[in-house]
Ligand binder design. Structure first.
Ligand SMILES: *Cc1c(COP(=O)(O)O)cnc(C)c1O
Length: 394
């Protein structure tokens, strides 16, 4: 079945009883009674699927996990309280039986860098950074460091570089490095990293999969090799999503493919409009034939679907000019998140990349005049009209 079909069917409506709810209810119970103690014994022993305690498993979470597994592939999933909780959990599951070291993509979500440096670093997990768009550099660092895991995003933030996941997976698997891919920006509509050889895939479902800016959440999708570890560590450490969030996320996921298609089309139209604008210095969007990863984009992303994020630089503008531009937007929402139904704008210099040292920002190509748009599902004419009035041509 196609992804659009699975997005509205998987996980739901499978109880063997005569009345079946069309949507999985929110199961607000911390624990379950099993009338047959021998059965409870099998559930505790993990010999039988069942529910005993919500930190181990909850029917609403379980339905969401089945849904995401259907969309991403893999052997199973774990719903977590946030994208960051999911990332931390995936890293721990990957490193449990491996060297306690991570090679991380240089272009990555700011909090992911902090997770590695400030949270995991003090516990002895070492991190090295590499430009994952330079395959020779990736091969070299994997050979030298033999890291336990390599962590990267399918589409990077905010400059929208696209890594050669297939080649990188091959390099990781040639050694014994686990490949963890944060697929938040791409969603399973654009890329399914498990099919390209990733061991673990992570989502912040707060973004495109939830899609409505009302629910924080994350997911770890696992291959067969790591699934028992992912679930066992979670039963103890309990980074799990709450059932209400699982319900809302599942409700969001049903329309994600429709929303994402619209967001991709709107983003592509906006990128074209921005390129033709005299005050715009540069536009970052993967549909560009001159994109540095154009060949990888052609190979890995579906034709016409290049994501809902567009970044651009405004000519000669410094921070105060950017502030004035942002303050004059009327429709576009100034918010730090992304992937919602409404268009959002962010100034990476003062927000997502605020704490990145100046030198590193330079190396990453993050400039003061860079603006990042998360394009929503509105009529694209209205988004353009708002940008037009906030950024006059003269
Ligand atoms: C937002 C985001 C995260 C963190 O997710 P939370 O749900 O905010 O914890 C991780 N990775 C990427 C790419 C993100 O955009």
């Amino acid at each position: 079945m196609k992804i659009h079909t699975r997005a509205v069917h998987a996980g739901d409506r499978k109880k063997a009883q005569s009345q079946i709810p069309v949507a999985t209810p929110v199961h607000f119970a911390a624990s379950w009674i099993t009338t047959d103690t021998a059965e409870l014994d099998r559930i505790f022993g993990d010999e039988q699927k069942g529910f005993s305690y919500s930190r181990y498993d909850n029917p609403t979470n379980s339905a969401l996990e089945e849904l995401i597994t259907s969309l991403e592939g893999g052997a199973g999933a774990l719903a977590c309280a946030s994208g960051m909780a999911a990332l931390e959990h995936a890293i721990k599951a990957a490193l449990l039986d491996r060297r306690k070291s991570v090679v991380c993509a240089r272009d990555i979500y700011g909090a992911t860098i902090k997770l590695l440096m400030d949270v995991l670093g003090p516990f002895g997990i070492e991190t090295r950074f590499v430009d994952t768009n330079d395959l020779a550099a990736v091969a070299q660092i994997l050979e030298q460091e033999k890291p336990g895991a390599l962590l990267m995003e399918t589409i990077s933030n905010p400059l929208l570089r696209v890594g050669a996941l297939d080649e990188i997976a091959r390099l990781c698997r040639a050694g014994s490095t686990a490949l963890i891919v944060d697929n938040t920006f791409a969603t399973p509509l654009l890329a399914r990293p498990m099919e390209l050889g990733a061991h673990l895939v992570v989502h912040s479902t707060t973004k495109y999969l939830g899609g409505h800016g009302d629910t924080l959440g994350g997911l770890v999708v696992s291959d067969e090799e790591h699934l028992a570890t992912v679930r066992r560590l979670s039963r103890i450490a309990g980074p799990v999503m709450g059932p209400m969030e699982a319900f809302l996320t599942m409700r969001g996921v049903k329309t994600f493919a429709l929303r994402m298609e619209r967001q991709c089309h709107n983003a592509r139209a906006l990128a074209g409009w921005l390129r033709a604008h005299p005050r715009v210095e540069a536009v970052y969007y993967p549909d560009d034939p001159a994109h540095p990863d154009a060949e990888v984009v052609r190979r890995l992303l579906p034709e016409g679907l290049y994501g809902g994020m567009v970044s651009f630089e405004i000519k000669g503008m410094e921070r105060l000019g950017i502030f004035a531009f942002l303050d004059s937007l009327k429709l576009i929402v100034k918010a730090t998140s992304l992937g919602d139904v409404h268009t959002m704008v962010l100034h990476p210099w003062i927000s997502s990349h605020r704490d990145v040292p100046l030198k590193q920002k330079e190396r990453m190509g993050i400039r003061e005049n860079l603006v990042r748009l998360s394009v929503g599902i509105e009529a694209v004419e209205d988004i353009i009209a708002d940008l037009e009035q906030a950024l006059p041509r003269a």
